[in-house]
Design a binder for this molecule. Structure first.
Ligand SMILES: *Cc1c(COP(=O)(O)O)cnc(C)c1O
Length: 427
């Protein structure tokens, strides 16, 4: 019997040996399964819908290719993300460009590339887009991001829809109406509709109701006052997945059914046509498709207090536990059949007491050299990695049906100084 943890048919202990640790491992099949569920439970079920993958969760050129081949669009939030999409030849018409402080250069890049939509996050941004679009004689499709004043039940660092937020245009009816009115007159901007994003790692589906109601009411007012036809409503992402101690991951239909029901009811109630509905899942697509492999080194037993097992990574490759107390589940990949007789706290190798990856994990008897496999690290791990303590970033291995391919090389020490320059007087 195999005593090793197998992920998508690959022996993870072998992977650790062959590619070294720490190592991000991502399954192409699991990503595609999620994309297909989005088709089956949402896109194929309701006419006039669209799904875009929120690329900030995990973005590489190979990921762009997978998303493109699954027929989803891409949501980007910076010039860097946009550049990677372009380098992967992602169809620009299917790109949505977000950001609460897009620079003039980033906006220019988005317009030059011909992105499908730019999501306006603050009033003056309309003027910037207008100015650039006019100069380039290119019409630009926009959505307005509205702060719906809804609080998602999630950590406050990943809550975005509350009134006191750095994101979106506040729902002050008079100023919003004036902005819509002037935008509708612009020969260079097509205002297609609105966007909101309540937050991330949500498990409630009714949370979208209030925001949809708010937008419906707004659409009615704008229709009556300005004759605006709302063509699109982008309801953002935020669909949660199961980490340690969380509820089980919900199906996409758990969210989309209620969203569609709510949209139909609200817009029907206001006697308005139902706009195109766009969703932007990030974590839900890729979170469960990834694991991270580490090697356990120092094991410190403090009698009567705690056992610390230190790994060869931590905060630099996964800052989420330190950032907002995110909880992960893990197992000892080379000892899956052994009884869990101990409890250990998994510590990262950074010089920060807060660099604890997992508190009080049940484990078999640990030995230095054991391989730790942390589950559900596909989202917001690689994309949030840093060089703190000058630890090179791990590589990313993509597991496909029959083969494994490195899609991001492990960094080496040279990579750490590649952008450094020495002033003459210090040479
Ligand atoms: C982060 C973000 C998403 C995706 O959030 P997930 O929780 O990963 O689904 C979608 N839309 C916008 C605007 C975002 O900022």
């Amino acid at each position: 019997m195999n005593t090793h943890f197998s992920f998508q048919g690959f022996d993870t202990v072998d992977l650790a040996k062959k590619y070294g640790t720490p190592l991000y491992v991502v399954s192409e099949d699991l990503i595609r399964e999620k994309c297909r569920a989005v088709h089956e439970s949402f896109l194929d079920l309701y006419p006039n819908t669209e799904a875009v993958y929120a690329s900030k969760a995990f973005l590489t050129k190979a990921m762009c290719k997978i998303i493109e081949s699954e027929g989803l669009g891409l949501d980007v939030v910076s010039g860097g993300e946009l550049f990677i999409a372009k380098e992967a030849d992602f169809p620009m018409g299917k790109v949505i460009f977000h950001g609460n402080n897009k620079s003039l250069e980033e906006l220019e890049m988005a317009i030059d590339y011909g992105v499908g939509r730019i999501v306006v996050d603050f009033e003056e941004e309309v003027n910037l887009i207008e100015y650039l679009a006019k100069a380039k004689e290119k019409r630009v499709n926009c959505l307005f991001r509205i702060t719906p004043a809804i609080e998602g039940k999630t950590h406050k660092y990943i809550m975005t829809g509350q009134k006191d937020s750095k994101f979106g245009i506040p729902l002050e009816l008079d100023s919003l109406k004036a902005l819509v009115e002037s935008t509708l007159k612009s020969p260079w901007i097509t205002l297609l509709g609105f966007h909101f994003h309540i937050g991330s790692q949500l498990f409630e589906n009714h949370i979208y109701d209030g925001a949809i109601q708010t937008i419906g009411r707004l659409a009615k007012e704008l229709k009556m006052d300005q004759g605006m036809e709302l063509q699109e409503l982008n309801v953002g992402g935020g669909f949660g997945i199961q980490y340690r101690g969380d509820e089980k991951t919900k199906s996409i239909s758990f969210f989309t059914e209620l969203i569609m029901e709510s949209v139909t009811k609200v817009f029907g109630g206001f006697e308005l046509p139902v706009p195109k509905i766009i969703i932007e899942p990030g974590r839900w697509i890729v979170g469960e498709a990834g694991i991270t492999l580490y090697t356990i080194g120092a094991i410190k037993k403090i009698p009567g207090i705690r056992t610390y097992a230190s790994i060869d990574g931590g905060f630099p490759d996964n800052p989420r536990p330190a950032l907002y107390g995110a909880k992960y589940d893990a197992l000892i990949a080379n000892k899956v059949l052994e009884e869990k007789v101990d409890v250990a706290t998994i510590a990262g190798k950074c010089c920060e007491s807060g660099d604890i990856l997992i508190w009080d994990l049940e484990v078999p008897t640990l030995d230095s050299g054991d391989i730790l496999a942390v589950k559900n690290t596909g989202a917001y791990n690689y994309s949030m990695a840093s060089h703190y303590n000058k630890i090179p970033k791990p590589g990313v291995l993509l597991l496909s049906a029959k083969e494994a391919n490195i899609i991001v090389k492990r960094e080496n020490y040279r990579d750490l100084i590649q952008n450094e320059e020495m002033p003459g007087h210090l040479k």
